[in-house]
Design a protein around this ligand. Structure first.
Ligand SMILES: NC(=O)c1ccc[n+]([C@@H]2O[C@H](COP(=O)([O-])OP(=O)(O)OC[C@H]3O[C@@H](n4cnc5c(N)ncnc54)[C@H](OP(=O)(O)O)[C@@H]3O)[C@@H](O)[C@H]2O)c1
Length: 423
């Protein structure tokens, strides 16, 4: 039987999942591709480290170019992560006319276009299904199965760490800091969780999804992002009372020839399917002009789910190696003018006329109000005052808040969170 030889860069969480799947699903794989998969060489930092996979110790090396320049290797699987030296290794592999599979979102979001062109030039494939939403097959689904559609909306919960933290705050009443510690204890958050909680990870992923869906390379700098570090138990409580759950959404909305991209915490109506996505799970909700609404749900990380996506790309290369140049549609404008409702929470001194004065300033800025919640005083003589607006551009909200912040009875503008109405 013909052999396909793999050179694997890295043997950590994802690579060991890949090896384990190849081992326990081997007979099904052989039946499917009619070839046998051979792990020729594996790059690691430390070849002597004990590993949780059934591989001959002779396959390990710490010399990257022993793998990348091996003439017998057909496919390079990059699973070391980070931008450097993964970028240099993938470039060298493509120039050596080897197909490349990677799970590296940071690299694809930053250098994807250049690497894709290099793959086309060398008539090989570069595939990266595992770079977004782990086990959920979303990239190849958008680019192949749903290729008939013009996409209007892609809205995802695509960072499992923040979804776990927000779920624990919502369902178990945990404070933010405690929920982060729990996520770290269970392995859902890194020791330094900043890339997740500040929204960078989700921004990388939505830039990849939008690039695939809209055929236009999205620069990560064009994506306004806000993480979840400012979300308080107070906001979670009001969201629940008003019929919402707070989620970190990554969205790409296309209207006419304009795309609006963002990563932001949002109030999501409790009866929307995205609201029911809990803990470390991910989901991508999309609307295509032919297919209508679809939602994909599953594990966005982990050894086996991510290994499954990597192996899917390897199988796809083996079964179908036809190379096509990706067209780039540069006629679409990237804009930042979402027209949405907002939740705004103030702490105010409890005096007559305060609510009226704030409402007047909102009116002067063309902001109309959908609801107002006024509560009893806190211990310190201030009282929470919560507004939900009708749809408005964020710049109107910012202009109104610029004036309201100087109003002596407003002690704190505690939160401003978009309400996602899926329009
Ligand atoms: N973990 C997930 O659930 C998940 C989900 C989706 C996507 N991803 C992506 O998948 C990729 C791999 O993630 P992972 O979690 O599997 O990483 P990991 O567990 O940290 O493993 C990284 C592996 O790469 C090796 N390595 C790192 N830098 C190296 C270098 N400069 N030279 C040689 N070897 C090097 C390490 O060698 P040693 O073992 O010798 O230290 C280790 O085996 C990343 O791009 C990540 O963003 C991960």
């Amino acid at each position: 039987m013909e052999e396909v030889k793999l050179g694997i860069l890295g043997m950590g969480t994802v690579a060991s999942g890949l090896i384990n799947i190849i081992e326990f699903n081997n007979s099904k794989l052989i039946e499917n591709i009619n070839k046998s998969l051979i792990i020729s060489k594996v790059l690691v930092k430390n070849p002597d480290k004990k590993r949780n996979v059934n591989l001959d110790s002779g396959v390990y090396t710490s010399e990257a170019y022993e793998v990348i320049n091996d003439r017998d290797v057909h496919i390079i699987v990059e699973l070391i992560g980070g931008i450097h030296p993964a970028y240099e290794y993938i470039k060298a592999a493509l120039n050596n006319k080897k197909h490349v599979v990677t799970a590296n979102k940071a690299l694809i979001a930053t250098h994807g276009q250049e690497l894709e062109s290099l793959a086309v030039k060398n008539k090989v494939k570069l595939m990266y299904e595992a770079s977004v939403a782990g086990g959920i097959p979303i990239i190849n689904t958008i680019s192949e199965n749903l290729a008939a559609n013009d996409f209007e909306q892609i809205i995802g919960i695509i960072n499992g760490t923040t979804n776990y933290i927000l779920t624990q705050m919502t369902d178990c009443g945990l404070e933010y800091d405690y929920a982060v510690k729990e996520a770290q204890r269970l392995g859902f958050a890194e020791a330094d969780p900043s890339s997740d909680v500040e929204g960078d990870d989700a921004a990388y992923k939505i830039s990849i999804l939008a690039t695939v869906a809209f055929g236009q390379r999205i620069n990560i700098k064009d994506i306004p992002k806000e993480g979840i570090t400012k979300i308080s138990k107070e906001d979670i409580k009001y969201a629940k009372e008003l019929g919402y759950n707070i989620k970190l959404l990554a969205s790409a909305i296309k209207k006419n020839n304009e795309i609006e991209l963002s990563v932001h915490p949002a109030f999501v109506p409790q009866d929307h399917p995205l609201s029911t996505v809990k803990n470390e799970f991910n989901a991508v909700f999309l609307r295509g002009n032919a297919v209508g609404e679809l939602m994909f749900y599953g594990r966005g990380a982990g050894s086996l789910p991510t290994g499954s996506a990597v192996l899917g790309d390897i199988i796809s290369i083996i079964k179908n190696c036809k190379i096509e140049e990706q067209s780039s549609n540069n006629s679409i404008k990237i804009v930042n003018k979402a027209y949405k409702p907002y939740y705004i929470r103030f702490e105010v001194i409890d005096k007559p006329g305060v609510l009226g004065k704030i409402a007047n300033i909102f009116g002067e800025n063309n902001i109309s109000l959908a609801s107002v919640v006024q509560r009893q005083k806190n211990g310190n003589d201030t009282a929470p005052l919560v507004f939900i607006t009708h749809e408005v551009e964020r710049k109107n909200i910012d202009a109104a808040l610029e004036k309201i912040k100087n109003f002596k009875y407003v002690t704190n503008i505690a939160s401003i969170i978009m309400v996602e109405n899926f329009k």
